[in-house]
Design a protein around this ligand. Structure first.
Ligand SMILES: Nc1ncnc2c1ncn2[C@@H]1O[C@H](COP(=O)(O)OP(=O)(O)OP(=O)(O)O)[C@@H](O)[C@H]1O
Ligand SMILES: [Mg+2]
Length: 222
């Protein structure tokens, strides 16, 4: 088993304590290596909160999270970042590209944190961009690309370090149906190539592309 969540809780509290929202209320979940899983649910049900925890961007208040057999809740922030950088590629709805960097630089940047030489970073970034059909756009800035192309850059960025897990939160949310379909095809291919893919989406058609669909309802997984 790749991921196991046991009785996970996450409550957001405002600094003055006036507002508190229980976003996750006892989530149990397991994900196998190589699985293509989609997570759906209404707005505000807790999908992004769950994704942030699954992606090691946030930690739960209580419960346990086993990633590859290690209980993440026992690790330091530094150890958690190390696992995140090596294991997980992220694709976000809003692309999250750096506007001042070129396509190639955006994809190469996260590889720096892995201590790769410049020549290796460039080679990996070029290969990842070729895999998403963007070899002709290496020196363009994000604002010079279409939305679908920007999302393909972010996919290249997610796969350049060859992480075993891809986490995508509404990757087609800002795209027309044709570009969205291309992104969905790419996710499917990444899964066929052996990666574990976790897709968070409102879109029930997109969700059906996965092998398994989980429904989040008011902070709980059904
Ligand atoms: N930083 C935060 N501070 C306080 N409350 C938050 C915060 N982030 C989310 N929430 C609350 O937690 C609940 C779950 O939010 P979350 O973003 O996980 O929902 P979601 O399922 O991703 O929704 P959407 O489909 O609209 O993206 C919501 O009630 C939301 O208001
Ligand atoms: Mg969300």
């Amino acid at each position: 088993m790749l991921i196991e969540l046991k009785n996970l809780y996450r409550t957001y509290r405002s600094p003055d304590g006036a507002n508190s929202v229980e976003a996750l209320k006892g989530v149990n979940l397991h994900i196998d290596q190589g699985e293509y899983l989609s997570i759906t649910g209404a707005s505000g049900s807790g999908k992004s909160t769950l994704m942030n925890i699954l992606g090691l961007l946030d930690t739960p208040d209580s419960g346990s999270y086993y990633f590859n057999g290690t209980d993440i809740t026992e690790l330091s922030d530094k150890e958690i970042s190390h696992i995140r950088n090596r294991s997980i590629g992220f694709i976000f709805q809003s692309f999250n590209l750096i506007p001042s960097l070129t396509t190639l630089e955006n994809v190469a940047l996260p590889l720096e944190y892995r201590g790769m030489s410049k020549s290796e970073r460039m080679e990996r970034a070029e290969n990842a961009l070729a895999a998403v059909g963007l070899s002709s756009r290496l020196t363009h800035k994000p604002c010079e690309l279409s939305g679908g192309q920007q999302q393909r850059v972010s996919i290249a960025r997610a796969i350049a370090s060859n992480p075993p897990v891809i986490l995508a939160d509404e990757p087609c949310g800002n795209l027309d149906s044709k570009s969205g379909g291309e992104i969905m095809d790419m996710l499917k291919k990444l899964n066929k190539n052996g990666r574990t893919v976790i897709l968070i989406t409102h879109d029930s058609n997109a969700a059906r592309q996965a092998d398994r669909i989980l429904q989040v309802e008011d902070g709980r997984v059904r």
